[in-house]
Design a protein around this ligand. Structure first.
Ligand SMILES: [Zn+2]
Length: 219
């Protein structure tokens, strides 16, 4: 982890001794040192790593637990806050942020449910922002090509072509389809990217235009 976004205030912070600490724990012992914990891993002693990240801006501490031994391989739990998602401003339609937040909330328990919600959220975004409505998400994404710049299109296209993601975008909304590892994560990253590139960028642009128009020439 090199850069990290605080889930409480949104600040991007660099990992350093002042902001990041992690501990390895098992039934008998706790250590701050990876070398000591490496022996636990070798002996497959059930153990976890707990990471603490302290935000220099809001001073809040976020906490995560990860599996360290082989029997806990892949374990990743948000301890505080329990659900880690970006809080979006009210000018983004509520249905879209509700789907996004719900997808993040269920991600820990069900990749399939999170991916289904993320696909629904993507459709909501494309339909609302571009007023593109086709019979499948896959077709809606293809139709975006003429509206978005080459760089963003490449990002959208590369995600929609990964593994079976595109195939599942051809299915009806809300279906709990089997997913590739990390599929829900990838779809949620795409949702976050589009919210930033479209809704937030448009809002910021409009705010600047308004500022320009309202500049007091006598001032
Ligand atoms: Zn913060």
């Amino acid at each position: 982890m090199t850069a990290y976004q605080c889930p409480f205030c949104g600040l991007s912070l660099a990992m350093s001794q002042d902001t990041y600490a992690n501990y390895f724990l098992n039934f008998h012992d706790v250590t701050k040192f990876k070398n000591n914990a490496a022996i636990w891993k070798r002996d497959n002693l059930t153990s976890i790593k707990v990471a603490f990240i302290k935000c220099p801006n809001c001073k809040k501490v976020s906490i995560y637990a990860f599996g360290h031994s082989k029997d806990l391989d892949g374990l990743s739990v948000n301890i505080h806050p329990r659900v880690n998602y970006t809080k979006y401003p009210g000018y983004i339609p509520e249905q879209i942020t509700a789907d996004y937040q719900e997808a993040c909330s269920v991600l820990e328990f069900s990749e399939r449910a999170a991916a289904a919600l993320a696909r629904r959220c993507l459709r909501g975004i494309i339909r609302d922002y571009w007023e593109i409505s086709k019979s499948t998400l896959y077709e809606e994404i293809r139709a975006l090509r003429e509206f978005v710049d080459a760089e963003l299109w490449q990002a959208i296209d590369s995600i929609s072509q990964l593994g079976g993601i595109g195939e599942r975008m051809k299915q009806a909304d809300g279906l709990l389809l089997d997913v590739d590892p990390q599929e829900a994560h990838r779809l949620l990253k795409l949702v976050e990217l589009l919210l930033k590139e479209w809704y937030i960028a448009r809002h910021n642009r409009e705010a600047i235009f308004e500022e320009i128009v309202n500049i007091d020439l006598d001032g």
